[in-house]
Design a binder for this molecule. Structure first.
Ligand code: URA
Length: 477
């Protein structure tokens, strides 16, 4: 029997190295005892570790999955991963076998860890602990994650809060960010953290964004599970806000103006004019879009680019308009922006083939320059003309969530264009109530020349796609 003990800090690298050696030496899963994270090392652990020489090839998709699953709290995770890795030898197709129970279980664990990382990003609350005259501000937070997610999520906090020193203390390990570098220490008991000014800010913010007329207690508890409440300053207000919600919603309805302001009437007339009344047969929509002459863009484009994907998709992804490649191939997101999307989506487990992918505007708008066709942003008139088709697609697919990538998609879906950076990562609602998650457009990432800026923007895009994946997983029908 071989024994492998995995340290609490650096578990991913330690598991990968041990698994590589066992696999190279041909050690079958039932000959290995995997100690849990931080378990006392077996007396002969290292002596017994075989030194294999065989070549080891492992599908990349397994490595990506394993690097997440190792952070799950299931004590059997290392053994499960190795067991599946063992089966993968000579059968790499298992990674795509949807009927495989072991893979399904690991994918479920991967999802749990992603969800836990997402909750950590949303619910860590820093309190200021440094001396007022210290050269750098210093913060600390106490957090109790469901899985071992501190280490894989620390990079997110380092990017977001790179201009201050901070520590996130958990019962398992503590992440410390000082002088621009993250390090990890053993876990600690809950520290006695002072209340600070940001505490009151959170409470005020939460009370302000709480809309009693939209209260859905189950959905709220799923987004903000009760176990996190005790460490969230704003959560103390929740019982009171829920109790007062019916009376406040009634009062809001009674106080609502009976005549909408003039500007509102204008906006509503415009929206009504663009709402699709297309009521042809379900399978006739692509041909109808092909024949569209609602705005002048059809004259110079090669063809209309229709949406594609399952008509019962839970997620609809909306971009701006086809680019040069899309215009020629007649399919959305097949050019460089599509490749950026595919890469980030792949990392976060968002399946493009399960989504309906389309654009706010169906024809390529460009200006010829020499042999090149230079992309031009569609204007509000073109966007609202094309809403006709987007609405028809929405009515057909009825997605649970729409991902609006970029300002044009956000404008088309919500009626509001600006302030994309402050809106991204949040769910807004279309006039008919359709939830719309706003994010950056992948070609924005391609346009950034500064590598650091591009990395930061990519991290935001990655966060948003993760949010989409989590929302879909959380609110499954
Ligand atoms: N950009 C978009 O917005 N859509 C595409 O289909 C391609 C690039």
């Amino acid at each position: 029997m071989h024994h492998a003990s995995i340290p609490a800090i650096g578990a991913a690298a330690a598991w990968r190295e041990a698994a590589r050696q066992f696999l190279a030496a041909g050690v079958p899963p039932d000959q290995i005892h995997w100690g849990g994270i931080g378990s006392a090392p077996h007396l002969f652990a290292d002596l017994e570790r075989p030194r294999g020489t065989g070549a080891v090839t492992v599908p990349r998709s397994f490595i990506a999955m394993a690097e997440t699953v190792v952070w799950h709290r299931d004590p059997e995770r290392f053994a499960r991963l190795y067991g599946f890795l063992w089966r993968l030898r000579g059968a790499p197709h298992l990674m795509t076998d949807r009927g495989d129970a072991d893979l399904a279980r690991l994918r479920g664990m991967e999802k749990n860890v992603h969800r836990c990382q997402h909750k950590m990003k949303a619910f860590v609350r820093f309190r200021e602990i440094g001396a007022p005259d210290a050269p750098r501000r210093s913060f600390a937070a106490w957090f109790e994650p469901t899985h071992h997610t501190v280490e894989p999520t620390a990079g997110f906090f380092a990017r977001r809060f790179g201009d201050m020193d901070w520590r996130i203390v958990t019962p398992d390990i503590t992440a410390v960010f000082a002088n621009g570098a993250v390090s990890f220490q053993a876990g600690q008991a809950r520290p006695d953290l002072p209340e600070d000014a940001s505490e009151q800010l959170w409470i005020t913010y939460f009370r302000n964004i709480f809309n009693p007329a939209r209260l859905k207690v189950a959905a709220m508890q799923s987004e903000m599970p009760r176990k996190y409440w005790k460490n969230l300053p704003e959560a103390a207000s929740i019982p009171e806000l829920i109790a007062q919600a019916p009376a406040r919603a009634r009062a809001m309805a009674e106080a609502a103006p009976t005549l909408p302001p003039a500007r509102m009437a204008q906006v509503q007339a415009q929206l009504a004019g663009c709402t699709s009344a297309w009521d042809g047969p379900q399978d006739g929509l692509p041909a109808a879009i092909d024949a569209c002459t609602r705005c002048p863009l059809h004259r110079s484009a090669t063809q209309a680019v229709k949406g594609e994907g399952p008509l019962d998709a839970a997620l609809m992804i909306v971009g701006e308009q086809p680019g040069d490649h899309e215009d020629l191939q007649g399919r959305p997101f097949v050019g460089p922006a599509g490749q950026v999307f595919d890469q980030v989506a792949g990392q976060v487990g968002l399946r493009r083939d399960q989504a309906y992918v389309t654009n706010a505007v169906k024809h390529f708008k460009f200006q010829p320059r020499g042999k090149r066709r230079i992309h031009q942003r569609p204007d509000s008139g073109e966007i609202s003309q094309c809403r006709w088709w987007l609405d028809a697609e929405l009515a057909q697919v009825k997605p649970r969530l729409v991902l609006a990538m970029g300002a044009t998609a956000a404008e088309s879906l919500t009626g509001r264009r600006g302030a994309l950076m402050s809106r991204r990562g949040r769910v807004e609602h279309a006039p008919n109530g359709q939830p719309v998650l706003i994010t950056l457009h992948p070609s924005y990432l391609l346009r950034l020349r500064d590598p650091q800026e591009r990395e930061q923007a990519t991290a935001l895009f990655d966060d948003d796609l993760r949010t989409a994946a989590d929302l879909l997983a959380t609110h499954r029908n």
